[in-house]
Design a protein around this ligand. Structure first.
Ligand code: UDP
Ligand code: MG
Length: 323
């Protein structure tokens, strides 16, 4: 590695990506070789893959010393794999990129240019989303709209985790040790100088997406509850409105009973009120439970992840003793 050149870390979280890693490496290599102005470090984070992903990483490290790998002790999910990678990155800036080539590495030179101009967070925004279903696009659009409406922080639409982060953004993200991370929100939350570039998102080059609607719903709820306490406010407001309506209804009943006598048949109205209020109460108990659960998880203060190996045994021990 040459001194006095800036070091750029390319961070690749990977879970069962044996089909694409070599392809990814080839594309990255072309770009890294062209950009001789910089030193590069490619940091693969193996997020507990069950296939040969780790072996491919090790083999790649043998042929190219710019390659580093971090093997986590199990599958933690992409959010955690990313913070692990940030913790172990050495670069003056870090570029986070998906392993499946949905994020074209060819954008990296442009990102670096903006970085040189002084931007701290250069993120890639999708112009189009090829290979994604209408339902996925639609639900994601509605979700962002809703999230934006409840928070003052600007949420970046159609933006994934593909971005360049200056060292100071990386340090900022590293200092946030939440275990249920919603990184997309954190990128906005830390602030700094942001710049967007537009690109066409390709379909995944090979292998399977790890997302399904279950995971997406979980991530959405995590996003909402880690970003804002607005749902608790909604609960309070709806509670007030319902009590107000109840109070007016009560006045009506008292008036009716006093002046027109007791009116026994009232079964359907009673049932409707009980069921409706019961439903609302259960929903908001759930909402409160979400926040309580988050508090519970964070209050345990567990380490976010455990590392099995970083490069070789020597470096693993060095790092583990340091931390
Ligand atoms: N990923 C990970 N851990 C997981 C799931 C995914 O590190 O538990 C990585 C995966 O290898 C890929 C990136 O996160 O590099 C995005 O995953 P995927 O392509 O499955 O998501 P999508 O692009 O469909 O949103
Ligand atoms: Mg993908």
């Amino acid at each position: 590695m040459e001194e006095n050149k800036k070091l750029v870390t390319i961070l690749v979280p990977a879970y069962n990506e044996q089909d694409v890693l070599n392809m990814l490496y080839d594309r990255l290599k072309t770009i890294m070789d062209k950009l001789s102005k910089y030193n590069f470090e490619v940091l693969f984070v193996n997020d507990g893959s069950k296939d040969d992903t780790l072996k491919i990483m090790k083999d790649l490290r043998k042929i190219d010393n710019r390659i580093c790998y971090l093997n986590l002790s199990r599958n933690y999910g992409k959010e955690t794999a990313m913070i692990a990678g940030l913790d172990y990155s050495k670069g003056d800036c870090v570029i986070i990129i998906d392993a499946d080539l949905q994020d074209p590495p060819e954008l990296i030179p442009q990102m670096l240019e903006y970085w040189e101009q002084g931007y701290d967070d250069v993120y890639a925004k999708r112009k189009s989303r090829k290979g994604e279903s209408f339902l996925k696009k639609f639900t994601s659009k509605m979700y962002y709209k809703m999230l934006q409406s409840v928070t003052n922080i600007e949420i970046q639409k159609d933006t994934g985790d593909f971005r360049l982060l200056d060292r100071r953004c990386v340090e900022a993200l590293k200092s946030i040790r939440e275990s249920q991370r919603y990184t997309k929100g954190l990128f906005s939350w830390i602030g700094y100088n942001k710049k967007e570039i537009l690109f066409d998102r390709d379909p995944r080059a090979a292998g399977q997406t790890k997302w399904n609607y279950g995971k997406l719903i979980n991530l959405s709820i995590d996003g909402l509850t880690s970003f804002t306490t607005a749902p608790l406010r909604w609960a309070a407001v709806i509670g007030i409105l319902v009590s107000l309506a109840g109070f007016i209804y009560m006045l009506g009943i008292i008036f009716k009973t006093l002046f027109y006598g007791v009116d026994v048949p009232g079964y359907s109205s009673t049932m409707v009120v009980i069921l409706f209020l019961g439903g609302i109460q259960l929903i908001f108990l759930g909402v409160i439970g979400e926040y309580l659960g988050r508090t519970f998880n964070e209050s345990k203060q567990r380490p976010i992840y455990f590392v099995d190996r970083y490069n070789d045994e020597k470096e693993t021990n060095e790092r583990l003793n340091k931390n």
